[in-house]
Design a protein around this ligand. Structure first.
Ligand code: RFL
Ligand code: PHB
Length: 399
């Protein structure tokens, strides 16, 4: 089997890349180890940055998002029983985000790819990438019990944190940067209308809580829990009681709506970056190259940024013969990746309570929150980062 771009993984990164390449008239084959139902059901991120929304529209993949997605013009920070709204458009010159679940983005992209695009092979597991430093890198894969080879001009590893593509970068050239956090997130889905029309990020002595949503009738919520928590230890009454406590406020108008839970899971918190994101004709994109803790809602958006950068660089190369943008892929992406790492780390340490937190740490968190809610510069910094950094960073103009 032969193609121009071999794509490993049909998460948001691989699926969007296949769509962008198809629109540009470039052939690809997507190999996905899981089946379609699994990929379409995996509960993950929920917030799309303005730039992600724009890319999905450009890719002709935004029809349902524009009908069903919920535009959000701010978030609420809750701490010390207080409520503070961060107004994104007012602080960023008009930027916003969209609440539209990763599962729905994937469903839309899968339907389009199967209807219009090149091969998207489910239950096709990549085993190894070879020849990354040659002009025809290969992916060895297994499907229906048989091994085959996909010969490519380029391979893009979109196979997530546990995939195989990163291992094709020689050890001597790889550098990894990592931080694990001493807590995790318990995530729930509930069949009940969201209690607020924007996301609520709560800092509380008992730990962090996040109130999000999937639709006008489905609530998504998260609780900080100790690392290694078994979700079976958290029955519904305990979850709602804990959410009630962590979201407490002096505002008499606030109530948290309870409803039946339909899913519960635990996600570990990790920051991780692999450098470089390119070796020869192998390019790493999304979680295959970097992980952020979900507090900043950046994981999916970074994946979209990476594959958009790759697709544009490849089209530029095809149209002009100039390889410089492909050559710059790793450096271009990493600059944005590290900004997202910085922001996700800052949001995580701002809002979570570490198991060994001291009264000093508590006061510093509250002082940081006080600063964000009183100094426009600090609030603007949060709003700019949350709504998203540009694909190609712009230098600040001299005054
Ligand atoms: P994905 O979505 O992990 O997709 C990778 C795909 O590659 C497939 N795969 C292989 N296919 C073929 N051969 C192999 N050898 C393969 N190995 C793996 C996998 O089956 C999968 O389909 O990566 P991608 O596309 O880079 O997208 C990144 C986002 O999914 C991710 O950044 C976010 O979802 C992160 N994340 C969250 N972000 C948020 O902003 N909010 C959240 O609430 C949130 N929850 C999460 C998350 C990530 C999680 N992971 C990775 C464990 C919850 C979880 C559990
Ligand atoms: C979600 O809705 O799943 C979500 C939203 C914002 C985050 C993380 C997760 O920061």
């Amino acid at each position: 089997m032969r193609t121009t771009v071999g794509i490993i993984g049909a998460g948001p990164a691989g699926l969007l890349l296949a769509r962008l390449l198809h629109r540009a008239g470039i052939e690809s084959v997507v190999l996905e180890s899981r089946d379609r139902a699994y990929v379409e059901r995996r509960q993950r991120a929920g917030i799309l940055e303005q730039g992600t929304v724009d890319v999905l529209r450009e890719a002709g993949a935004a029809a349902r998002m524009d009908r069903e997605g919920l535009p959000h013009h701010g978030i609420e920070l809750r701490f010390d029983r207080r409520r503070h709204r961060v107004d994104f458009p007012a602080l960023t010159g008009g930027r916003s985000v969209m609440a539209y679940a990763q599962t729905e983005v994937c469903k839309d992209l899968i339907a389009l790819q199967l209807a219009e695009g090149g091969p998207l092979l489910f239950e096709a597991e990549a085993l190894e990438v070879t020849g990354a430093d040659t002009t025809s890198p290969r992916v060895r894969f297994r499907r229906e019990g048989r091994e085959s080879t996909l010969v490519c001009d380029y391979v893009v590893g979109c196979d997530g944190f546990w995939g195989v593509s990163r291992a094709a970068v020689p050890e001597g050239l790889s550098r990894t940067f990592e931080r694990t956090y001493p807590f995790a997130w318990l995530g729930v889905l509930a069949d009940v209308a969201p209690s607020h029309d924007e996301l609520v990020y709560a800092r509380h002595e008992r730990g962090f809580a996040l109130l999000s949503m999937r639709s006008p009738t489905v609530t998504r919520a998260y609780l900080q829990v100790p690392d290694g928590t078994d979700p079976r230890d958290w029955a519904a009454p305990r979850i709602w009681d804990e959410l009630d406590r962590r979201l407490e406020t002096d505002d008499p108008a606030w109530t948290l709506r309870h409803g039946p839970l339909t899913a519960t899971s635990v996600t570990p918190m990790r920051s991780y970056v692999h450098e470089p994101m390119r070796h020869g004709r192998l390019f790493l994109a999304g979680d295959a190259a970097h992980i952020v803790p979900p507090t900043g809602a950046k994981g999916l958006n970074l994946a979209v940024g990476d594959v958009t950068t790759f697709a544009r660089a490849l089209v530029h190369h095809r149209d002009t013969g100039d390889p410089s943008r492909l050559d710059a892929y790793s450096a271009t992406c990493l600059r944005r990746v590290w900004q997202a790492e910085r922001f996700s780390y800052a949001m995580t340490t701002l809002l979570h309570r570490a198991p060994d937190a001291t009264p000093f740490d508590d006061r510093i968190q509250l002082a940081r929150l006080d600063r964000i809610t009183t100094a426009r510069s600090a609030e603007t910094d949060l709003a700019e980062a949350y709504t998203g950094f540009p694909l190609t960073p712009t230098e600040r103009k001299s005054r």
